[in-house]
Design a binder for this molecule. Structure first.
Ligand SMILES: *Cc1c(COP(=O)(O)O)cnc(C)c1O
Length: 500
């Protein structure tokens, strides 16, 4: 299978090249030339398999320039019992009749980014070998919190790679910061940038686009690469858990082969829900994909009106990983929905850049509405959902998952659709202790408290065990204390790589 760019017809590359380079040279995103289809019998055949076997089945259909053995090696290194708490990897819980929670946060950093970032380093390494590259890969990441830690954990001690993460000195939570500055591994580096997330992001982008610096790196046998969410190597592993959850429902006799299900996905960059769209196009019986946003509800409006308009106030919410006004992966969906009209996509993306807005035609609007339903919840609704679900079922969910649950309730009320539904749960409640405790016990329960004491408090309140990776944080030695100005980011990179 070959991959094309969303913005022109000329590009045609194998998956290894798409994964190695991340972004196409014309600025577009890589998409598969055809979307493979599974017959219902093939979907049924996934039911008796474990997560890794299901992953191999799905991934080999897209990574046709990899041998099945190579795919298996990548999968088995990524999804282990040690890293994901159990062999289930992505467990599915039935809470009330016809509603299931797919927990994607049992990986090392307690958020769903691990599902992709644990396997990406291995896919990237194979991709680099396959494309005849002999240089050492240097991954540069600017993070607003979750991605940095997940990338560090994914790339730590992976031979042939180095990773450098920049985080905004004042832009991440205490727990997120502690997760990063205590990172172990012989190929990792972490630095704070004095500034906000945009400063860190711009600095990384500048280094990426600096041809002179790339030459200096090349002379020293290094090449830069990125682990951000537009890389195909991050998207394709996410398709797996949609098939896997359907297979688990079949195995547990919750559905019969061919029965449709809905998925509700808490959405920011549109990566996770796009993976669900690919699963649907591949033949997975999906009725509706419910796109759940917080108050940064640019996608809700887009699904309802066909107008994408980011000219609005940016809101800081209790579900920060969804505080996004430009959902990059939407471009991939639009490419498929317009019958692969790269010229038109290029034009919309240009309009977005220049005016912050574009509108799709009626035909595309209809196609969007056929597949998606969009809604949003504000923080007050989100907190009320956490509280109510805990009261009713004793199940504690994080703020992102609670947004999904709230939007599902609205969907059900408005449509009356009783199709069995999977709510995608994207983070451990311990990752957002402060908000979760506020929701359940009130504001006074968290005021003025040490963030690490809140972990204990939530464990007591929810009668849950603190995930190992968070429990040990308080005692872990701080390894990285570097803080730099935005114009010193080059120096940090050069220093880590021992460049003269
Ligand atoms: C990144 C993230 C999301 C949003 O996922 P997208 O793929 O960007 O739509 C939702 N929840 C959590 C906890 C996340 O870390």
């Amino acid at each position: 299978m070959q991959y094309q760019s969303t913005r022109s017809k000329e590009v045609r590359v194998p998956s290894a090249f798409a994964i190695k380079t991340g972004l196409a040279a014309d600025g577009g995103l890589y998409v598969p030339e055809q979307i493979p289809r599974l017959a219902l019998e093939e979907i049924a055949s996934l039911a008796p398999l474990n997560y890794n076997e299901r992953a191999i089945n799905i991934l080999t259909r897209f990574l046709t320039d990899f041998t099945p053995e190579e795919v298996k090696l990548c999968v088995d290194r990524a999804y282990t019992k040690e890293k994901f708490e159990s062999v289930e990897i992505a467990p599915l819980y039935k809470l009330e009749s016809d509603v299931y929670y797919l927990e994607l946060w049992h990986g090392p950093t307690c958020a769903f980014k691990d599902m992709a970032l644990q396997i990406l380093p291995h896919l990237l390494l194979r991709s680099i070998e396959k494309t005849g590259e002999s240089k050492e890969v240097v991954i540069l990441v600017a993070t607003s919190g979750d991605t940095g830690k997940a990338a560090l954990e994914g790339f730590r001690d992976v031979e042939g790679t180095r990773i450098i993460v920049f985080y905004p000195a004042d832009g991440v939570s205490d727990v997120q910061k502690r997760q990063m500055v205590t990172q172990e591994g012989n190929n990792v580096d972490v630095a704070a940038v004095r500034g906000n997330f945009d400063d860190a992001q711009n600095g990384v982008k500048q280094i990426f686009s600096d041809k002179e610096y790339a030459e200096i790196l090349a002379r020293n046998n290094f090449m830069l690469s990125s682990a951000n969410s537009i890389n195909w190597g991050r998207l394709v592993p996410q398709i797996v858990y949609y098939f896997s959850s359907y297979a688990s429902l079949l195995k547990n006799n919750e559905i019969r082969l061919g029965d449709p299900v809905n998925f509700v996905v808490p959405t920011g960059n549109f990566g996770n829900i796009l993976a669900a769209y690919y699963a649907k196009e591949m033949g997975l019986p999906i009725h509706k994909l419910i796109c759940a946003s917080n108050e940064n509800n640019v996608l809700t409006d887009f699904i309802n009106t066909g107008i994408y308009d980011k000219n609005r106030e940016f809101k800081t919410t209790a579900s920060p990983s969804m505080d996004i006004l430009i959902s990059s992966n939407l471009e991939r969906f639009l490419y498929h929905a317009t019958g692969c009209d790269g010229a038109r996509i290029a034009q919309w993306m240009q309009e977005l850049k220049e005016t912050g807005r574009y509108e799709v035609p009626e035909l595309t609007k209809a196609r969007i509405k056929e597949i998606f339903w969009g809604g949003f919840c504000d923080d007050a609704e989100t907190f009320a959902n956490i509280c109510e679900v805990n009261r009713q079922y004793g199940y504690v969910m994080d703020t992102h998952t609670a947004v999904a649950k709230g939007v599902y309730e609205k969907y059900r009320k408005e449509t009356g659709d009783a199709t069995k539904t999977v709510i995608v749960s994207t983070a451990s409640p311990f990752k957002f202790c402060d908000s979760v405790l506020t929701a359940i016990c009130g504001e006074d329960s968290v005021k003025g408290k040490d963030p690490f004491d809140l972990l204990d408090e939530l464990a007591k309140t929810a009668d849950l065990l603190i995930p190992d990776s968070l429990a040990g944080l308080r005692e872990k030695p701080v390894i990285f204390t570097t803080a730099c100005e935005k114009n010193e980011m080059y120096d940090v990179v050069s220093h880590m790589l021992n460049l003269a």
